[in-house]
Design a protein around this ligand. Structure first.
Ligand code: PMP
Length: 444
């Protein structure tokens, strides 16, 4: 009997679900202490969780400690950390230079209730690194940085509508990964199609008079889908023509070169938001940009925009940030890490192709995402063709081989990852492609 393409796909999907159920049972068996800790946490936090992205079925691992690029869980399994705190952990776990900077801040006292020279030092580093940033302000998270940037754009333009993209994530209150989240702030948002120049320009055109800003990740962090340079150039021109500000959310992508993705492709936005690793791995966010836009916050000016935040200049983050950016994640280190990532992704994709697998890794430099499909991925709708059971299976298979990554297949390299660790990762992926050959071979 010859099975139709659809019948083959559905039989393969059923087989993937069965394999996944087996792998999950083995996972639960291996991790009794993580389960105990998780169960105890459910009595004091909803679902035992305080950060949605870290939860996965049947229960998440409880991590006990980390060192360099290694992690240990509550049952004392050792993992190579290929998640790197969703990009904030670029330095690995407790880099000595950052640790020394934190201790030196503690030695001089925390919570000083005043300006210190540390925030200006970190601000100088940030302004020097990122081409679009003339002046910068600090926040405590990337979410807050984006909220402040939108507020600044509305005040500057006197307009209230923002263009954002399907599949984008700009924080817990600005989440468009599966349509607008009901937790989002109640701004007027227009949702456009990522990498679709014609439809996006039409939408901008029809709202040109009301548009305060276009907010975009130069690579979608969810699925690691890069924006085409042409697309970003078209947005740059359209923003200028309509009098709206172009804001790059480089919370994740700023690490893709010494000066962020904006520097690599030479498309300079009016404002940029930052977060993650820039505070040395401590809580951090920043928004910055053109002098005239940022001057709105100058408290010496009549009618200056307010910008509050008890911990905006906390000395631990400021000190760790200066050390991290000037001593550890130097421009040379950024180049080397991203070259390592490019080489790794090429190896992985060649291997998927050689195995005839419907599996691929998208991304740029040190950031990448696994997808259980061989279709070209230029937008979230392309990534949606991937088989989620196979991607989940990949996650649990990798855990069982001592590789830690995000369940959605997200991977972020950190500086302590060397060639030996990269080789172990490649071996684990190869093992997956071989042992799951029948499941991943089906065209998707
Ligand atoms: N923007 C992007 C592109 C992000 O990836 C994130 C965090 N994943 C944020 C904003 C929000 O940053 P935070 O989690 O620090 O609020």
């Amino acid at each position: 009997m010859v099975m139709s393409h659809t019948a083959v796909a559905s039989a393969s999907s059923e087989a993937a679900s069965r394999a996944l159920a087996q792998e999950i049972a083995a996972y639960a068996e291996r991790n009794p202490r993580s389960f105990e800790r998780y169960s105890a946490a459910t009595s004091v936090m909803p679902g035992g969780n305080t950060r949605t992205v870290l939860y996965y079925d049947p229960f998440p691992l409880s991590i006990s400690r980390g060192q360099g690029c290694r992690l240990w869980d509550a049952d004392d399994h050792e993992y190579l950390d290929f998640l790197g705190e969703f990009t904030a952990g670029v330095y690995g776990h407790s880099d000595p230079a950052i640790r020394a900077a934190i201790v030196s801040a503690l030695d001089r006292g925390i919570n000083l209730s005043g300006h210190t020279e540390l925030e200006a030092a970190l601000a100088r580093t940030v302004c020097e690194r990122f081409p679009s940033i003339d002046l910068v302000r600090f926040t405590n998270s990337g979410t807050e940085a984006n909220l402040m940037a939108l507020g600044a754009a509305a005040a500057f333009t006197g307009r209230r509508t923002f263009l954002v993209f399907h599949g984008a994530y700009h924080g817990g209150l600005l989440n468009f990964t599966s349509g607008p989240s009901q937790m989002n702030v109640p701004h007027e948002f227009l949702l456009a199609a990522y990498n679709d120049i014609d439809r996006t320009l039409q939408l901008i055109d029809s709202h040109a008079k009301d548009l305060a800003a276009i907010l975009i990740e130069p690579m979608l962090g969810t699925g690691c889908i890069p924006a085409d340079t042409e697309f970003l150039l078209a947005l740059r021109r359209a923003a200028t023509d309509s009098g709206a500000l172009l804001i790059f959310d480089e919370v994740m992508t700023s690490r893709l070169s010494p000066g962020g993705r904006q520097q690599t492709i030479d498309v300079i936005p009016d404002m940029t938001t930052l977060g993650k690793y820039i505070g040395g791995g401590m809580s951090f966010g920043a928004f910055g940009g053109r002098h005239d836009v940022m001057q709105q916050f100058d408290p010496r000016r009549a009618g200056a925009l307010p910008h509050a935040g008890t911990f905006n200049n906390n000395v631990v983050t400021m000190s760790a940030g200066v050390a991290g950016m000037t001593k550890v994640f130097t421009p040379a280190a950024a180049e080397a890490l991203n070259a390592r990532g490019d080489a790794l992704r090429t190896r992985l994709n060649n291997m998927c192709r050689d195995h005839g697998a419907s599996f691929q890794f998208t991304g740029i430099g040190s950031l990448m995402s696994a997808h259980a499909t061989s279709r070209p991925i230029n937008a979230p709708s392309d990534a949606a063709h991937g088989d989620s059971s196979i991607r989940d299976l990949f996650f649990f298979d990798m855990l069982s081989r001592g590789i830690y990554l995000a369940r959605r297949g997200f991977i972020a390299l950190s500086l302590p990852i060397g060639e030996a660790e990269v080789d172990r990762f490649v071996e684990a992926v190869e093992h997956f492609l071989e042992t799951r050959r029948d499941l991943v071979a089906c065209p998707r």
